[in-house]
Design a protein around this ligand. Structure first.
Ligand SMILES: NC(=O)c1ccc[n+]([C@@H]2O[C@H](COP(=O)([O-])OP(=O)(O)OC[C@H]3O[C@@H](n4cnc5c(N)ncnc54)[C@H](O)[C@@H]3O)[C@@H](O)[C@H]2O)c1
Length: 283
């Protein structure tokens, strides 16, 4: 929490609204009071942190993931804290699963206000001429088509709510890359393009569509990436060298950025990819 005199622009962080409330002596505001949110890939990492943060901020959250046991565990953990959450087993590469996830939100809670299309997988580092069609299709099927299905099926529900927000999880890989990552980078670049197109299509209907572009975040995805490498310290060193802030981002720091884009605090922002990359693209 900032000190009451410390609201300089460069220190703008996402609890600024709470800070303002405290300074003004008024009750703390929550960012998503009365809202209904869907989060895909919510069983782990960035999705989990975001589902938990959305719930703390007043949203009723519907979590989707292929991992039933982990997803149920996250939802029941949220409920144990006194918030509203339910889990729906969802493979985002299957259009009917995504449609059913969004229908559950509307059916259970009467509306949809925001969706975070987050589910995604990595491509194990592979030279591009050795990437099989199956691997390419799988990464595109989850990362790109899964995001498209989430957007497509949310649109009607958001319209019925009179507007809302879509946040897609792209990546710093849409802007900066190393080799060996062709299907992943292609999927995340396409998520950025898709985000811009939908932002234009939906602006007049008060539906804002943005993406986040995380750098190196401390999640299972990167732990798997490290485990596959023959020289973990060298990989970690390379990641740190490419990140001016000199550390991995925890998923909670990504979640607060998603919260900003999902909430009315970003009300004049649509069609952007917001980097959360510790400065990597600035280099
Ligand atoms: N970790 C990073 O450094 C980083 C950086 C940029 C972008 N991202 C993106 O963030 C998103 C979340 O990744 P994470 O780092 O939290 O990884 P993670 O592996 O911790 O979480 C991914 C979640 O997605 C779920 N999932 C996988 N396939 C699915 C499918 N077909 N349908 C539904 N759910 C599925 C997994 O079960 C898991 O719970 C991904 O889209 C990833 O590309 C991550």
């Amino acid at each position: 929490m900032l000190g009451c005199g410390g609201l300089a622009l460069h220190t703008l962080v996402l609890d600024v609204q709470t800070e303002f409330s405290v300074c003004m002596g008024v009750q703390e505001t929550v960012w998503l009071e009365g809202k209904v949110a869907v989060v895909t890939g919510a069983a782990s990492g960035i999705g989990r942190a975001t589902a938990e943060r959305f719930a703390q901020e007043g949203a009723k959250v519907v979590l989707g993931d292929v991992d039933h046991a982990l997803g149920e565990g996250v939802a029941s953990g949220i409920r144990a804290l006194g918030y509203e959450a339910q889990f729906v087993k969802t493979d985002v590469s299957v259009e009917s699963d995504v449609a059913a996830l969004i229908e559950t939100a509307e059916h259970s809670y009467g509306r949809l206000d925001t969706i975070f299309n987050n589910a995604g997988i990595e491509q194990p580092v592979t030279p591009s001429d050795q990437v099989s069609a199956e691997l390419f299709d799988r990464v595109i099927g989850i990362n790109l088509k899964g995001t498209f299905y989430g957007c497509k099926h949310a649109i009607g529900a958001l319209r019925r709510s009179g507007g809302g927000t879509i946040v897609n999880n792209s990546s710093v890989s849409a802007f900066a890359n190393v080799g060996g990552n062709v299907s992943y980078a292609a999927s995340k670049g396409a998520v950025m393009s898709l985000t811009r197109v939908l932002a234009l299509e939906l602006a007049a209907e008060n539906i804002r569509v943005n993406a986040i572009c995380p750098g190196v975040i401390d999640t299972s995805m990167n732990r798997r990436n490290l485990d596959r490498s023959s020289d973990k310290p060298a990989v970690e060193k390379r990641w740190m060298a490419a990140t001016p802030l000199g550390r991995m981002g925890p998923p909670e720091e990504v979640a607060q950025t998603v919260l900003y884009l999902a909430s009315s605090m970003s009300s004049f922002t649509t069609g952007i990819g917001l980097l959360i990359d510790g400065g990597r693209v600035a280099t």
